[in-house]
Design a binder for this molecule. Structure first.
Ligand code: PPE
Length: 318
């Protein structure tokens, strides 16, 4: 059942999913199926997480597992779901699924969703299900985007405001916004989309938080509509520990155009340098040195090479 993840996979294949945790047991992915009347499929009523496990000297280790499991439950609460699963049980299911698939490293996708018991918007009769999949997933925007810096496009799709969709929840339905923005960027020859809010303030990428560096200060884009990124939090702590001055800020897009460096962060994207936005070069128009150094540092932390950050790792083998 074990598959060896290729470090170059920019896309995933369900065929690599192996054993999936489904409502309390591990089943082969072909058998982990749901009804076409699944409420979540019709209305986007699911909440999910994206987590990574990295190969370390002590075997696979999950990065900031508890924070992700807790955010999954927070997302469920925002949607008014009533999961009976405890945060410790989510942690345990994730660790067990990684171990069963003998993953050295992987991307982890837990999902809570409403089942097929009743059609119609009101989900009160629908049962809540829980699954965990583990997949090989390499560099999110591709090796080249990391080496040369990714090309960003300001999306014509705006980030939903918090009174339209609950943007702090990683809810399935919210991600139609991200899919549209990412699709538009890719179809126009860019690597990723940058989403603004209705007023033109920078929000985030389709699946990443944004940072920029100007005159030696690192600015972390802060916007109430953004997901409270766990990678963002990690990078802020790493930057401070590296002696960088860090400020949370709102910004308009021209502040990014004129930054010395821009990079995006997320569990899947890790730390991805940005070379250009709307065809305007950022700094020298290449992956910037600070961004690359931060990427390197992040990967050292996640792969257990820096003992002072060991508290963020959950070793699958105990
Ligand atoms: N904003 C959005 C909208 C988002 O989806 C993510 C994660 C982040 C910020 C960064 O959050 P964090 O992972 O906690 O640092 N996006 C996930 C989904 C990517 C996908 O293609 O699916 C992820 O990175 O796992």
């Amino acid at each position: 059942m074990a598959t060896t993840p290729s470090p170059n996979t920019t896309t995933t294949s369900a065929l690599d999913a192996g054993l999936i945790w489904l409502d309390g047991s591990l089943v082969p992915h072909e058998q982990a199926t749901v009804s076409v009347l699944t409420h979540a499929m019709h209305y986007g009523t699911s909440v999910f997480e994206g987590i990574r496990a990295y190969e370390t000297e002590r075997g696979a280790a999950v990065f900031r597992l508890r924070e992700h499991s807790q955010r999954l439950l927070d997302s469920a609460k925002i949607l008014g779901m009533r999961p009976t699963i405890a945060v410790e049980e989510i942690d345990a299911a994730i660790v067990e699924t990684i171990a069963a698939n003998e993953r050295k490293s992987c991307y982890i996708r837990p999902l809570l969703w409403y089942g097929p018991e009743s059609l119609g918007i009101n989900p009160t009769k629908n049962l809540l299900h829980f699954m965990v999949a583990t997949l090989p997933w390499g560099v999110y925007l591709g090796e080249e985007a990391v080496r040369k810096g990714a090309k960003l496009m300001t999306s014509s799709w705006r980030r939903s405001s918090g009174d339209i969709l609950p943007t702090k929840a990683k809810a399935g339905g919210n991600y139609v916004n991200s899919v549209l923005a990412n699709q538009e960027a890719r179809e126009n020859g860019f690597d990723e989309a940058l989403l603004l809010d209705k007023e033109g303030f920078v929000a985030e990428g389709s699946g990443e938080n944004v940072f920029f560096l100007k005159d030696g200060t690192l600015y972390a884009i802060a916007h109430s509509v953004n997901l409270r990124g766990i990678t963002r939090d990690t990078v802020i702590q790493l930057a401070k520990d590296m002696g960088t001055r860090v400020e949370n800020t709102m910004a308009v897009r021209d502040e990014l155009y004129t930054a010395d460096e821009v990079f995006m962060v997320g569990t899947a994207a890790e730390v991805t340098p940005i070379a250009s936005i709307d065809r305007r070069p950022i700094g020298a128009g290449v992956a910037g040195p600070y961004s690359l150094a931060m990427r390197e540092r992040y990967l050292q932390v996640t792969t257990g090479k820096l003992p002072e950050y060991d508290r963020w790792l959950t070793y699958v083998g105990g």
